[in-house]
Design a protein around this ligand. Structure first.
Ligand code: FES
Length: 276
């Protein structure tokens, strides 16, 4: 159970790796829907890492997870090889993406968030929606699943900070243009927090509705610990049970940014101990 069936490195550059693993988890594969996630423990004493289910194979009984080696636990996960097993995996968790039929959507993803966008893109396409995708990263090496997204989307844009792939700039440059020609386009975004905040701002200025998929810190994943709380429209909500998707115009972005930095010091301490 929870054996890593396959592993590949999707991108390697700028001092970080984005890794894809296919994990044996038949019960999760059977029920998983777009937008849902799992909690993964690499070791018995490790933290629980929330990872979006990027794909599933019901026949094989597997799910696909994509993660960036950003901290202590994700680096530990990145060290596991094919054939090794995860200590624990729970899911599917969270609310599935609300996907209306016969509409349209602009999907805006950044970095590893593009992998989280992929199942959402497929779900919208399957329900006969017009799908536009705007994918961004600092540099070409940090773009992932580009061909998969290109296959699913009707219109497709790539933006990189350094111009190494697609247009030079940021995703909001393209989004602004799309919404200028049609402000009724609903927006869905996932990626680094500053990017999602900027996307929400552009959508709000254009008068477009926007949904954000949050990657909050989590502990129990059941709505009990409060670790993933976020303020939405002045109300406390829990990303693990009420989310991960929320109305982007209602998020308290400043509070969220502060909460995401809470464990930075402790993690740096663990990393220092690990390197001794
Ligand atoms: S992770 Fe504990 S309330 Fe969400």
């Amino acid at each position: 159970m929870f054996r890593i069936i396959a592993k590949d490195v999707l991108s390697q550059g700028a001092g970080t790796r984005i890794i894809r693993i296919r994990v044996s988890a038949p019960a999760v594969a059977l029920k998983a829907q777009a937008g849902e996630f799992v909690l993964v423990m690499v070791t018995g004493k490790g933290e629980r890492i929330p990872l979006t289910i990027a794909d599933r194979d019901v026949q094989e009984g597997s799910i696909t997870l994509v993660f960036q080696e950003a901290g202590f636990s994700t680096r530990l996960l990145g060290q596991l090889a094919e054939g090794e097993t995860l200590y624990a995996l729970t899911g599917p968790l969270g609310q599935a993406t609300h996907v209306p039929a016969n509409g349209k959507i602009v999907l805006v993803g950044g970095g590893v968030g593009i992998a989280e966008l992929y199942p959402v893109a497929r779900a919208f396409r399957e329900k006969n929606n017009r799908v536009m995708a705007v994918l961004g990263a600092r540099t070409k090496d940090l773009l992932v699943l580009v061909d998969d997204m290109r296959r699913v989307a009707h219109d497709f844009h790539i933006v990189t900070d350094d111009g190494s792939c697609g247009r030079q700039g940021v995703v909001t440059d393209v989004l602004r243009e799309i919404l200028l020609s049609d402000p009724s386009f609903p927006v869905y975004t996932v990626g680094p927090l500053p990017m999602m905040k900027a996307v929400a701002q552009v959508a709000r200025q254009a008068g477009a509705p926007a949904v954000v998929s949050l990657n909050s810190l989590m502990v129990d994943g059941t709505g009990m610990c409060g670790g993933c709380r976020v303020t939405v429209g002045g109300q406390i909500r829990f990303v693990c049970v009420d989310g991960p998707e929320f109305d982007a115009h209602q998020i308290d972005w400043e509070e969220l940014a502060k909460r995401n930095k809470v464990y930075k010091e402790k993690e740096a301490h663990i990393c220092r101990l690990d390197s001794l």
